[in-house]
Design a protein around this ligand. Structure first.
Ligand code: 4AD
Ligand code: MG
Length: 433
């Protein structure tokens, strides 16, 4: 008899198998017990019929408690009524680990309570589905960039520079000097692009943002591709191909998880159709002003969550917003060739109100311009000499972008809040568990 995972049940219909499982829930009468089981690969039902098993096995089935672990032995059958499609008729139960008074009962709990028990909450169905989809997005990311000829190029986490501005830095000590946790790997990726052409990083980033929104984490994971000899328009094409590829792979490989979440595959299918619309920042401002609900919107201001939500809902696909005002964007973006006031950049806003999932730009190449911008941003020129070297020795047009992994996961899974898109979220008031 084979020991299998639940996910492989379909290959063993009418066969006798053994599976290591946890109990998530149960229902029983005098004659039959229905055990809801999980093993980390899927959820399905075990049926124990009193007349077909020993008295001892039936007693075990009636007594087993939530989250107790055990080996079950039995025969796989089709079960067309369930999402999963198969069940096991159990013949024997071998207890492994006990569990008493499991804190998360199969009922509604408040978010704070669930967050305090995040280490256990991860075992539940929705969290399972979200983490599986997150894992698929990571897998597909590596596949996409390798297929497109990118080199994985890791950026350091301990840094001395502040690419996205100094207000959100996590300060730490580096022996006798100051250091910061990385808020973006981009500047290092630019060095990588000059060495290897097309590179990408995928790592944790940290922002001491005092914002408590559905979209902000203090620690999040970012995918940052950077491409030499590439202008912004070509970078936008890579970005939309990449996003469509992620969505398509989730559709192909996570049907069960989407079903568990109740996420409509037809809605996602729309997002695989390219191209995505492109509008300018100027046009976005006009749209918002016409909408009438945003009295504070005026040219030159950054969008807040409500503005981004409106714009994202206005289109049925992700939309690129191009060329924001120079004054509200980081120092490294390429100035517009004919306009003083904007830079060559784009944010990609996800539909259904999810807002910015990608930020990217073409990079400035003129070392004198960059030096002036660094000074203007209040940064120390000495810290950026290595970065300016990239412009001094064979500088080329180059572009790149950053996708926030958890923003993408929240959108693709259709979740309300980014805190459920990462195993252990770091939030403004939370670093436990
Ligand atoms: O727009 P951002 O700040 O851009 C950069 O960091 C660039 N250096 C990227 C590049 O060009 N290489 O951040 C990029 C993305 C955002 O679009 C968003 O998806 C995500 O990172 N992000 C966050 N995700 C969760 N919590 C936060 N606090 C985030 N801040 C940014
Ligand atoms: Mg941004």
């Amino acid at each position: 008899m084979e020991t299998i995972s639940i996910i492989d049940a379909k290959k063993h219909v009418n066969e006798k198998v053994k599976i290591g499982v946890w109990l998530t829930n149960k229902r029983s009468s005098g004659k039959i017990a229905f055990l809801q089981l999980r093993d980390g690969t899927a959820f399905f039902q075990g049926v124990v019929v009193k007349n077909n098993v020993t008295a001892e096995t039936f007693a075990l089935a009636k007594e087993v408690r939530q989250e107790e672990s055990m080996y079950v032995t039995g025969t796989i059958h089709e079960d067309t009524r369930s999402h999963f499609g198969y069940e096991i008729e159990i013949e024997a139960i071998e207890p492994v680990g006990t569990s008493k008074d499991y804190p998360i009962a199969p009922k509604e709990h408040g978010t704070d309570f669930l967050m305090d028990h995040r280490h256990l909450w991860l075992r539940s169905k929705r969290q399972f589905a979200i983490m599986k989809i997150r894992s698929e997005i990571i897998r597909a990311t590596y596949e996409f960039f390798h297929k497109e000829g990118f080199v994985k190029f890791d950026a350091p986490i301990l840094t001395g520079s502040a690419p996205e501005g100094t207000t959100e830095l996590f300060h730490t000590e580096y022996f006798d000097r100051d250091a910061y946790l990385s808020q973006s790997g981009q500047l290092y990726e630019e060095a990588g692009a000059m060495a290897y052409g097309k590179v990408f990083s995928f790592g944790p980033t940290f922002r001491a943002e005092k914002s408590k929104t559905r979209r902000h984490l203090i620690e999040f994971w970012m995918i940052e591709p950077e491409m030499a000899f590439m202008h912004q328009e070509e970078s936008l094409e890579i970005q939309e191909r990449y996003i469509a590829f992620l969505v398509q792979n989730v559709l192909d490989n996570c049907q069960y998880e989407l079903k568990l979440l109740g996420r409509d595959p037809q809605v996602l299918q729309r997002y695989t159709e390219l191209p995505y619309p492109r509008i300018s920042y100027d046009e976005a401002i006009e749209l918002l002003q016409k909408a009438g609900d945003f009295p504070d919107v005026k040219w030159g201001k950054d969008f807040g969550s409500p503005e981004e939500t409106y714009l994202a809902e206005h289109f049925s696909k992700p939309v690129f917003v191009l060329n924001y005002p120079k004054a509200i964007k980081p120092f490294y973006m390429k100035p517009h060739p004919t306009r003083e006031d904007v830079v060559i950049c784009a944010d990609l806003l996800a539909p259904e109100g999810y807002g910015e999932i990608i930020g990217g730009s073409e990079r400035a190449t003129d070392p004198a311009y960059l030096e002036a911008q660094i000074e203007k941003a209040g940064l120390d020129k000495a810290d950026y000499q290595w970065y300016l070297d990239l412009r001094r020795y064979g500088s080329v047009p180059h572009s790149g972008f950053g996708l926030g992994l958890e923003r993408a996961v929240t959108w693709i899974t259709g979740e309300d809040h980014i805190r459920e898109a990462i195993p252990f979220p770091r939030l403004l008031n939370r670093i436990y568990p």
